[in-house]
Write a protein that binds this ligand. Structure first.
Ligand code: SF4
Ligand code: SF4
Ligand SMILES: [Zn+2]
Length: 332
């Protein structure tokens, strides 16, 4: 266990300021994420370097489609999450009982050396919620930056402004889940709130972090036209160049008895995104002919052809469409 950052001792409790839950944690108790504990009036984290995943992956799997396409991203995770999504596909590690996991501390140096050895151009903090293991992530991020390796977060966006201040100078790209445009969804399904997620997306965008957004489309939960329109509209108003990944739901965790999202619904989400003005929409968790490809929004030229997370051809010239010379936003 390590001392946790981003908290204040308030006398009979410690307030954790790492995420918008602002848990008030009494002695010998833990916060909602279950990995931060008040011991004798000080807050400790169980999550420091306690890696439950560490391996290279195509960056397209995270997913990032406009950030170093075709590169490998060394993907790490420590246990815990500040949401309780009942559809979580990583629930075994995001909702893990920390006392049942072997406690180990992987040195940040080891992550960097493995990332280098596997030819990874970035480190992805993913699978669970990187905010929850931020003390460790920051250590790794600093060393990655020194080694010329990029840092990318795959996040639910539930991060306090104070924590973002620490992260943003070291963060190259973030894929934020925007699970719904309804606060009621976040409260009922995730144990969170909508507005802090929107605020994170705006903040990352305005401060120059490369942003992509993912929406897991779940039957009868967030798949209505209105719901998808509202998500797409928020993104289009912020920046129509934000890549939007609309992912197919597969039954899991407490929704193990549900039905997968239909192909038609994913196609509907793609159409809605286009109608609202988004230029790059990618279906996820589903094989659709050409669905992984990047096209020029102006002349429709094929720019990047992908198949099964692998780049087959990349026709971009320094981020520019070779046919009509439109600049395609991204980190190429
Ligand atoms: S990081 Fe964990 S303990 Fe801290 S406020 Fe969020 S849920 Fe609570
Ligand atoms: S935010 Fe992601 S990791 Fe956390 S519970 Fe929800 S789906 Fe799982
Ligand atoms: Zn073009």
């Amino acid at each position: 266990m390590r001392r946790a950052l981003f908290n204040k001792n308030r006398g009979d409790y410690v307030e954790c300021c790492l995420c918008p839950h602002n848990c008030r944690i009494r002695k010998d108790s833990r916060g909602l994420c279950q990995v931060r504990e008040n011991r004798g009036g000080s807050l400790y984290t169980y999550s420091w370097g306690n890696l439950v995943a560490a391996s290279p992956d195509p960056i397209e799997k995270k997913p990032f489609y406009h950030f170093l396409p075709g590169s490998k991203s060394f993907s790490i995770a420590c246990p815990g999450c500040n949401f309780k999504c009942d559809f979580c596909q990583n629930w075994r590690i995001s909702q893990a009982d920390i006392t049942q996991l072997a406690e180990k501390e992987q040195a940040p140096e080891k992550v960097i050396s493995e990332a280098k050895a596997t030819g990874s151009r970035s480190i992805a903090y993913t699978y669970t919620e990187p905010t929850i293991y931020l003390e460790y992530a920051l250590e790794v991020m600093k060393q990655a930056e020194e080694a010329g390796i990029a840092n990318v977060f795959v996040s639910n966006g539930y991060t306090s402004a104070q924590a973002r201040e620490a992260v943003i100078p070291l963060l190259d790209a973030v894929n934020v889940d925007l699970k719904s445009a309804r606060d009621e969804f976040y409260r009922r399904i995730c144990a969170g709130k909508l507005e802090p997620v929107l605020e994170s997306i705006r903040d990352y965008k305005q401060r120059g972090v490369w942003v992509e957004v993912t929406t897991l489309v779940i039957p009868d939960l967030n798949d209505s036209n209105k719901e998808l329109e509202d998500v797409a509209l928020f993104l289009a108003e912020l920046d129509p160049d934000i890549p939007w990944h609309v992912s197919r739901f597969h039954p899991d965790y407490k929704r193990g008895g549900g039905t997968p999202t239909s192909v038609e619904t994913i196609q509907k989400a793609v159409s809605i995104g286009r109608e609202k003005g988004l230029k790059h929409i990618y279906p996820g968790n589903i094989r659709l002919q050409g669905g992984e490809d990047t096209h020029c929004p102006e002349c429709k030229n094929l720019l990047i052809e992908r198949h099964n997370f692998s780049v087959k051809q990349n026709n971009l010239r320094k981020g520019v469409c070779p046919r009509c010379e439109t600049q395609i936003k991204g980190v190429w």
